[in-house]
Design a protein around this ligand. Structure first.
Ligand code: ADP
Ligand code: ASP
Ligand code: MG
Length: 817
């Protein structure tokens, strides 16, 4: 025989109740009986609890009572044939009258005992089950409504009663034997004590009712029908990427649900486990989906390192410390039996190995009571200052990772803490169950959503890791980056398992945010139509307050303003990717600070495009150094403009004409002297020198000026060109000198023994910079390993496409960490 349980949403509307009837029809094996346990309609238990509290506070409850009545009456009207409606109305009305009497009593006495509260709550399950049983009668023969207070017997711990399993088993078996072959529709959640008073099994307890029936009847299967596709890797309301788990062991299901996976009530697993009855969690709203099997012989199949991540969103912790605890046998025994006696549920305990302190977590409502109890119990120790006064810390949450595979897989906690650390989530306390089936951490409640998603990304790597990117600058590079992201987004997801969401964009005029990611093909319209006025400080503040996991700040500007924010961004544990050279080529102390702060906060600072646009120069240097090689010399041409000019300054052309053409082709700055002065080149050499380990300042880079004084003195760009023309002979002379000895002119940056310079040189055929074309950049690393022939990186070193591609590559590298 099977036992089916339908949760609140499954019986929450007429439409879903019809589906429930279909499912019952499908699951019932011909000729055999079936047990169907039902919860209250969704929201009803909460409503009843609210009415009870209101009544005790002397507040109105009649409007809520009317709401409750009409919800049930409406369902009757929609579901039952007219001749069947009246008897149900009558029966429901009797329930509502009893309920009203109870509430009236509470109202008059202004007192709500746990006993009365349970009695009040019991009407939710009674009404829903009655309704379902009468509808079932229209579809099946032999249907019986069962009020579980008649068969589930408990002690008198109202609110969370303990079941007398021996007696309960017996009563259930008798009931089923007497009603063999029938469909029993049983109220979930409720029971009764020896005196016949109504008790409840704890919130969410209908699952437990089903397990009690399953165990008593040695059912073949207990099916828990709910509103999600089984037990998932995390609560899908918190983690959008959560996915369904095909199977779990009882222990795993227990641990996940104990730490907040509400989809099944933790005690449910015990009777099922003892009798080895499989539990299947299924979705009423997608009945064909397989769901999750919880059973003994879970194949060690799936190679998931953990099964899931669950959380309790609000807890408080109490901290006890003092010398009186050290080596004192029985201290924690005294503490925890005190709490147990007073029915304070301790969710988690950690004790330092020195025994100097104990931290434990409780529901926020219980914290003050626990504190008072401890002060009473340990009065003497407190007086003698052997114990410090217990301190409550609130607004905390628990995040737990669970899975039996954890035991065999090293590095699980490392992965957990890395994900939390990189996202700036501070861990207040840690507990690892001795079973190694779970590791739980206590963190700030405000960080919970971010932490859940980050940890999910870290463990379930077969799915995409989501980067939340905040982009500053929508010029050529910014625009091109968005285009590239749009074009390659799918490829990135499939091949690198990285999904990039643009969560914020700002230029100097407007800014826009969207934690789900802006649509890339229409970002421009969205920014124009919905953007708010740009404000850099506000942009950074919003990025921080959105508190999203795996954040990256991308600076695609060439402005000094964003640089000021870098420190703050790193401190918020957000990585930075930038093509803006201004930061790294400022004072050395600033460069150093960026690096140190990023390292301290465990985030990345990538700026590959500072030196050679998309060419892998910074990365190559880093790889060489971190593999133990030593850089002896770096030579480079790192200006696309200057490269173009000298590559084309040959034959009969004049220098003036080449510069002019370069300008016409858009290679130069508006005033070509900004390129020819070597300033931009200097910044690149400076950054390289710093990355190579030299604490150099800009003034230390020696720049040989290639322009005659008259060209520098010219007032306007036109004047400059005139002066350049007048110096034709000077440049021709240089060119001829070079050509006559088989050489070419090259403006080369060099780092040699800690000295950096940029000079105009003539190089012959044997030099790696001899044959160059277009606006190529080139860099040659001479190192201990590459001593005979330097390692050369060469290729286009300017332009929006290649620069944006470099930024893109940096982003992917952040994603890979
Ligand atoms: P029912 O009323 O059917 O008993 P519940 O509301 O008690 O349903 O439990 C189902 C809910 O549990 C889901 O809607 C989901 O939001 C939540 N939940 C929390 N953690 C998990 C998880 N790991 N897997 C699936 N659902 C979860
Ligand atoms: N109706 C009860 C509750 O809301 C029991 C249950 O749904 O399992 O807690
Ligand atoms: Mg439930």
């Amino acid at each position: 025989m099977k036992v089916l349980k339908f949760g609140g949403t499954s019986v929450g509307s007429a439409e879903s109740i019809r589906t429930v009837i279909d499912i019952i029809g499908q699951e019932r094996e011909p000729g055999s009986g079936l047990v169907v346990v039902t919860s209250a309609m969704s929201g009803v238990t909460n409503l009843l609890a609210e009415m009870a509290t209101n009544a005790a506070a002397g507040q109105e409850f009649t409007a809520q009572l009317a709401e409750l009545e009409s919800r049930h009456f409406d369902a009757v009207k929609q579901l039952l044939d007219i001749p069947h409606q009246n008897p149900v109305y009558t029966r429901l009305k009797i329930y509502f009258n009893q309920l009203e009497d109870l509430l009236q009593g509470v109202f008059t006495l202004r007192e709500l005992t746990a006993k009365t509260r349970d009695h009040i709550l019991s009407f939710g399950e009674r009404c829903s089950t009655l309704l379902l049983s009468r509808l079932a009668l229209q579809h099946f023969q032999e249907v019986l409504f069962v009020d579980a207070t008649e068969v589930i017997k408990t002690d008198s711990s109202f609110g969370q009663a303990k079941v007398n399993t021996g007696l309960t088993d017996l009563l259930i078996r008798n009931l089923v034997t007497e009603n063999a072959g029938k469909i029993l529709l049983v109220t979930g959640f409720i029971a009764s004590n020896d005196a016949g008073q109504v008790t409840t099994l704890g919130r969410g307890g209908s699952d437990y009712t089903a397990a009690l029936f399953g165990a008593a009847l040695q059912a073949t299967e207990i099916q828990i029908w709910t509103d999600v596709n089984g037990m998932m890797t995390a609560d899908p309301r918190l983690v959008k990427k959560a996915f369904s788990l095909p199977e779990l062991t009882y222990t795993e299901a227990m641990e996940l649900s104990y730490f907040g996976a509400k989809v099944i009530y933790p005690p449910t697993m015990i009777p099922a486990f003892l009798k080895r009855i499989p539990i299947v969690i299924k979705n009423t709203f997608e009945p064909t989906f397989e769901g999750t099997f919880i059973r003994h012989d879970v194949k060690a199949n799936n190679n998931l390192p953990i099964k899931g991540i669950s959380s309790i969103s609000q807890i408080s912790i109490l901290n006890l410390q003092g010398s009186g605890m050290v080596g004192k046998a029985g201290f924690s025994g005294r503490l925890f039996s005190l709490l147990a006696r007073e029915q304070i549920n301790v969710i988690l305990i950690t004790q330092s190995s020195s025994e100097h302190s104990i931290t434990f977590a409780v529901q926020p409502e219980a914290a003050e009571k626990a504190q008072k109890l401890i002060i009473q119990e340990f009065e003497l120790e407190l007086l003698a200052q052997k114990l410090d006064a217990p301190v409550i810390e609130g607004n905390l949450a628990i995040l737990a990772i669970v899975g039996e595979n954890m035991k065999q897989t090293p590095g699980m906690s490392g992965r957990l803490f890395n994900a939390l650390g990189r996202n700036g989530v501070n861990v207040r306390a840690i507990a690892q169950g001795s079973s190694e089936y779970n590791i739980s951490v206590i963190i700030s409640a405000t960080d919970l959503a971010k932490a859940m998603n980050a940890v999910h990304d870290a463990f379930f790597t077969q799915f995409n890791k989501t980067l939340h990117v905040f982009c500053l600058g929508t010029g050529q590079i910014g625009k091109t980056l968005f285009n590239q992201l749009q074009q390659h987004g799918d490829y990135l997801q499939q091949n690198n398992s990285i999904q990039v969401k643009i969560a914020g964009i700002s230029n100097t005029r407007q800014m826009l945010f969207n934690s789900d990611g802006l649509t890339l093909d229409t970002w421009q319209q969205q920014l124009e139509q919905h953007g708010e006025p740009a404000d850099l400080a506000e942009f950074v503040a919003r990025m921080k307050s959105m508190n999203l996991p795996n954040c990256v700040f991308v600076d695609n500007t060439a402005s000094p303003q964003p640089i000021v924010c870098y420190g703050d961004v790193f401190k918020a544990n957000i990585s930075i990717v930038t093509c803006n050279k201004i930061g790294n080529s400022g004072p050395y102390s600033q460069y150093k600070k960026f690096k140190d702060t990023a390292r301290k906060h465990g985030v990345d600072f990538f700026y590959e495009t500072n030196v050679g646009a998309g060419l892998p120069i910074i990365r190559t240097l880093k790889d060489l150094m971190s593999s133990g090689d030593r850089v002896q010399k770096i030579e480079a041409i790192l200006s696309g403009t200057i490269s173009y000019i000298f590559n084309n300054f040959k034959g009969y052309v004049s220098f003036h004409d080449v510069v002019k053409t370069a300008q016409e082709k858009g290679y130069t700055e508006p005033d070509p002297r900004d390129d020819l002065s070597g300033k931009d080149f200097m910044r690149k050499i400076l950054i390289l020198a710093r990355d190579a380990g030299y604490p150099m300042e800009a003034e230390e880079v020696q720049i040989e000026n290639m322009l005659p004084q008259a060209c520098l003195d010219a007032q306007t760009v036109d004047d400059f060109y005139a002066a350049l023309k007048a110096e034709d002979a000077y440049f021709n002379n240089l060119k001829q000198q070079a050509e006559s000895s088989g050489k070419v002119l090259r403006y080369i940056g060099k780092l040699d023994n800690g000295q950096a310079s940029i000079t105009l040189q003539m190089v012959d055929e044997s030099h790696p910079f001899f044959s160059m074309s277009g606006s190529d950049n080139i860099i040659a690393f001479t190192t201990d390993r590459y001593r005979e022939r330097p390692m050369v990186v060469k290729g286009p070193g300017a332009g929006a496409e290649v620069t944006a591609a470099g930024v893109f590559a940096d982003l992917i590298n952040v994603g890979a960490n």
